[in-house]
Design a protein around this ligand. Structure first.
Ligand SMILES: [Fe+2]
Ligand SMILES: [Fe+2]
Length: 250
């Protein structure tokens, strides 16, 4: 089966979860900018469509052979949220704690020759502060509500009324915060010229570039799971539950 280049990047990732690796490697935005058509996204990333299609076809064949990657659009929302918190939130906190002092050390040692390190440090610090608060909002407010909603729907029980009106309100705010983090990461990548290590870069410089690249890649996967799978499913679940209640005359 041919991959249709008029499909959005998000549709391709949802149909073929392993394609995330290809998009990440080729610098094609599949999380915040996932609503772009594949051909437009290739153009935006400066990648020939045929090259991207070849890589996607290779992944498709490998996936069909071992069916490895979890298809989160089929798992319960509870399992998906546990996965997001256990894997991505934990990693994000760990890496912020590790990379902030490393950035301070490298910008102190190399800032005179590479002044962009100072701006990189400020960008990372501002983004991290917002991200840490963002994780708390998801873990303490939004995710528990989604879990209660899923549980009520599964048991056929009354639907819990959220303090924030509808789940669409916090979802909108979380998506906006993802966009802010995405913009900061994009700016950091540009400033660092794709995290290139300069000839005079020491081991700490190398560790910093590797760490920031991995942090970015993990954030892309994290935001993809929320923006493209968790949030649309939570909104749909709320709509379905509200319609069922209306029919039952509650
Ligand atoms: Fe999250
Ligand atoms: Fe988030």
């Amino acid at each position: 089966m041919e991959i249709d280049t008029r499909k959005t990047v998000k549709e391709i990732v949802l149909g073929m979860p392993a394609s995330v690796g290809v998009f990440e490697r080729l610098g094609i935005d599949y999380c915040c900018g996932g609503d772009k058509r594949l051909d437009d996204a290739c153009q935006a990333a400066g990648r020939p469509v045929q090259e991207v299609l070849r890589s996607l076809e290779a992944v498709k064949t490998a996936t069909q052979a071992d069916a490895g990657a979890t298809d989160w659009s089929r798992e319960s929302l509870g399992s998906l949220m546990n996965h997001i918190v256990g894997k991505h939130h934990t990693f994000c906190r760990q890496e912020v704690a590790r990379l902030e002092p490393l950035l301070a050390k490298v910008s102190e040692a190399h800032g005179a020759q590479h002044p962009e390190l100072h701006r990189l440090k400020r960008l990372f610090s501002g983004m991290s502060k917002e991200l840490l608060m963002h994780l708390v909002k998801e873990e303490q407010t939004l995710f528990p509500y989604i879990a209660r909603m899923e549980e009520a729907v599964t048991r056929g029980a009354r639907f819990p009324r959220p303090p924030f009106g509808t789940v669409q309100n916090p979802v909108r705010m979380m998506v906006l915060e993802h966009d802010n983090a995405g913009a900061a990461l994009h700016e950091m990548r540009k400033l660092s010229r794709d995290y290139q290590i300069p000839p005079d870069g020491c081991n700490s410089y190398r560790a910093l570039c590797d760490g920031l690249k991995t942090f970015e890649s993990d954030m892309h996967q994290h935001v993809h799971l929320e923006n493209n799978i968790l949030f649309p499913r939570a909104v749909a679940l709320e709509d379905t539950a509200a319609a069922a209640e209306k029919r039952a005359g509650n």
